[in-house]
Design a protein. Structure first.
Length: 135
């Protein structure tokens, strides 16, 4: 069993690393759900669903209230903000790469247009101008 981390962000990313837990978070973003309602779309037992929910609780993403035998879960999205802030910090690195790629693609397109217009070549080589019909 994974212990609670000294770094809350680790717990958030660990919780979101599992597709079942991500689906549970998505469902909880729509409305509160009982453990049974959260387990229903999956081929898992209530015990397995409860283990997933405990991981989400340790990450601070889910709060559970118990009324009698009914466990109702609700989403607490605040820990997601910390994850977004962490990713936003690194956005400048991938944005720089995307800007470079865009510049290369624009230059390549301009070069291709100049070549096509400068030589008088038809930009559509499949077109047969003698008949005015594309092949």
């Amino acid at each position: 069993m994974v212990e609670h981390s000294a770094f809350p962000l680790d717990d958030v990313f660990h919780a979101l690393a599992d597709p079942t837990r991500r689906a549970m978070v998505a469902r909880l973003s729509q409305s509160e759900q009982t453990v049974g309602e959260l387990a229903a779309p999956f081929a898992i037992t209530l015990a397995a669903a409860s283990k997933h929910i405990k991981v989400l609780e340790r990450a601070g993403l889910v709060a559970r209230t118990v009324t009698g035998r009914t466990h109702v879960c609700r989403l607490d999205a605040a820990p997601l903000h910390a994850g977004m802030e962490w990713m936003r910090h690194y956005e400048r690195f991938w944005q720089r790469g995307l800007d470079t790629l865009e510049g290369l693609l624009v230059a390549e397109d301009a070069k291709r247009k100049d070549k096509d217009h400068g030589t008088g070549a038809d930009p559509d080589p499949k077109r047969d101008d003698s008949e005015g019909v594309q092949s």
